[in-house]
Design a binder for this molecule. Structure first.
Ligand code: HEM
Length: 510
């Protein structure tokens, strides 16, 4: 009996080994036959997962690109992937072949409580996703609505400045990220439903509940998940990420239900309209309820949840990197403050309409987003097989666009590691329509270009200009010699590993 058991075990191990080896050999032959981009040899089972490195995947992938070229083939568990690291290849993905390459890979945790079915981040680029994007372009992020909501952004910035004035009065260093995060988050939540989301006396318990759920969900969303690399075992949810995500999605949707209900009561009570995004979707609800419409209350809840996940940290992270870069480059700091002085004079508060007159400030923001793109990589999935730069990207391949690597490519940028806003003063590179070259792509591109770009653009410029116009900034004594520690921490955004601490000085005190 024991010898039978041993034979059975041996046969099982041998057959399993044989399956692995033949799958592996099959993959290598298929790669050669299809003319896939070059890449490191995948190991059995794990493929190239170990080559990615958890700490800074954008950096390890950039190193692979130096060795294998701007299109690198990888196998992540059983999932075939191609990494894109040059502007020329990015152009093919974001423009020429975008119709076939704009799907997203399946992220298992996103399935929690059925969220994927209404997620603008995760849906395939078909009817429902198109309807959501149309609603955003025509209504929610339409220039007229964002213009009408200008006063609320000014108000949130005034609150930020008054908070920083308090810190300035103390003369002590403080973590710049915290009040900036609160301001950017509240601008987003006020734009959506006129409620402050982050902590502070004005924030409601609903707001805080939503903020907490979103913060936790972003941590889970950034955790590598074995289910995504081995979809056949995804149902087992081995790391429990989908299970842990579920109550967060349920909470977020419950809070959004309450916000909808409250607004309907306000309307019945003839309260004046707020003209925020919630009003916009309620105004359109009768159209949405028509037969065949892709948009309904569940879709809107999915859309709002995603906006928070994608928009909560990004703008404030960009502003923190900007302040750190300026504090490390006194000449650039002086120049940008000089521009603010000469354009704004003694004007009490910066306004969004001033941004167009501040080309050097705009160049500083571009340079910060080039060197420190808050979202360093974007992910797509090929819906059809396409040929890019002579290589095949087979249907079903995950495409990893390494935005960070494109932004630091020495063939495109002189002194790519150097903080040099002047490089943007002559050209016509911007984040919007004229960015045909795909050299500067912090908001991604093509059909899936960042949905919050119009709001993020206004928020980042307005907050940064206001902080610089109102205060002078110095580093704490212990950081004066060494400068700011610019080490990155990878997550759903790349943030500063050591949060920036600085001292604000009200200008008239100097
Ligand atoms: C400086 C700030 C921001 C940066 C750098 C940024 C960057 C990005 C990037 C790189 C993508 C992926 C685009 C692609 O796949 O091609 C993206 C997508 C997205 N962003 Fe932003 N973002 C910012 C702010 C915001 C804000 C404030 C919001 C919300 C209002 C937002 C909402 C979204 C959404 C919903 C998507 C998914 C779009 C889709 O898949 O169709 N983002 N963003």
């Amino acid at each position: 009996m024991p010898s039978n058991m041993a034979s059975l075990l041996l046969a099982t191990v041998l057959s399993f080994g044989l399956i692995l080896i033949s799958t592996y050999a099959f993959q290598l032959i298929a790669a050669a036959r299809h003319r896939l981009p070059p890449g490191p040899l995948p190991l059995p089972v794990v493929g190239n997962l170990l080559a990615i490195g958890r700490g800074s995947p954008h950096r390890s992938l950039a190193r692979l690109a130096e060795r294998y070229g701007p299109m690198t083939s990888l196998r992540l568990g059983v999932v075939p992937a191609v990494v894109i690291s040059s502007a020329a290849a990015a152009r093919e993905v974001l423009q020429r072949h975008n119709a076939s390459l704009a799907d997203r890979p399946v992220i298992d945790a996103w399935h929690a409580n059925g969220h994927r079915a209404n997620s603008v981040i995760a849906l395939p680029p078909h009817a429902k996703w198109r309807a959501m994007r149309r609603l955003c372009a025509a209504e929610l992020f339409a220039p007229a609505r964002l213009d009408a909501l200008r006063p609320l952004r000014q108000r949130k910035v005034r609150e930020l400045l008054s908070h920083v004035s308090g810190k300035a009065a103390l003369g002590e260093p403080f973590a710049v990220r915290e009040p900036v995060f609160t301001a950017a988050m509240n601008i987003l939540s006020r734009t959506m439903f006129s409620v402050d989301l982050d902590s502070g006396p004005a924030s409601s318990s609903l707001g805080r509940g939503l903020s907490d759920a979103v913060k936790e969900a972003t941590i889970l969303a950034a955790t590598p998940n074995v289910s995504d690399f081995f979809p056949a075992i995804a149902a087992a949810d081995l790391q429990g990420l989908r299970r842990r995500m579920r109550p967060l999605v349920v909470d977020a949707h419950k809070i959004l239900d309450e916000l909808f209900a409250q607004r309907l009561l306000d309307r019945e009570a003839c309260e004046p309209p707020k003209n925020d995004m919630l009003d916009a979707v309620l105004d359109k609800e009768h159209e949405e309820q028509q037969e065949g419409s892709e948009i309904n209350r569940s879709t809107i809840k999915g859309l709002f949840t995603d906006m928070f996940v994608a928009g909560s940290d990004t703008s404030s992270t960009a502003i923190e990197w900007a302040m750190a870069s300026l504090l490390n480059s006194p000449q650039v700091m002086e120049k940008v403050k000089g521009e603010l002085r000469s354009v704004l004079g003694k004007k009490a508060q910066v306004e969004e309409s001033d941004i167009a007159q501040l080309p050097y400030l705009q160049a500083v923001v571009k340079e910060v987003l080039r060197l420190y793109p808050p979202v360093p990589m974007s992910f797509y999935r090929a819906e059809a097989t396409v040929q890019v730069q002579g290589y095949t990207i087979p249907q079903g391949t995950t495409i990893m666009l390494n935005i960070w690597a494109v932004h630091r490519n020495a063939d495109l940028w002189a002194d790519p590691e150097k903080f040099m806003p002047e490089r943007f003063m002559d050209g016509d590179i911007d984040f919007f329509s004229s960015n045909k070259e795909c050299k500067l792509i912090p908001f991604g591109g093509g059909r899936r270009v960042c949905l919050g770009l119009p709001l993020a653009y206004r928020t980042v410029h307005l907050i940064l200009a206001s902080l610089l116009h109102e205060f002078d900034w110095v580093l704490p004594e212990d950081a004066m010699g060494s400068g700011v520690d610019m080490t990155e921490k990878f997550g759903i955004v790349i943030s500063m590993a050591t949060p920036l601490k600085a001292i604000a000085k009200k200008k008239r005190d100097l």
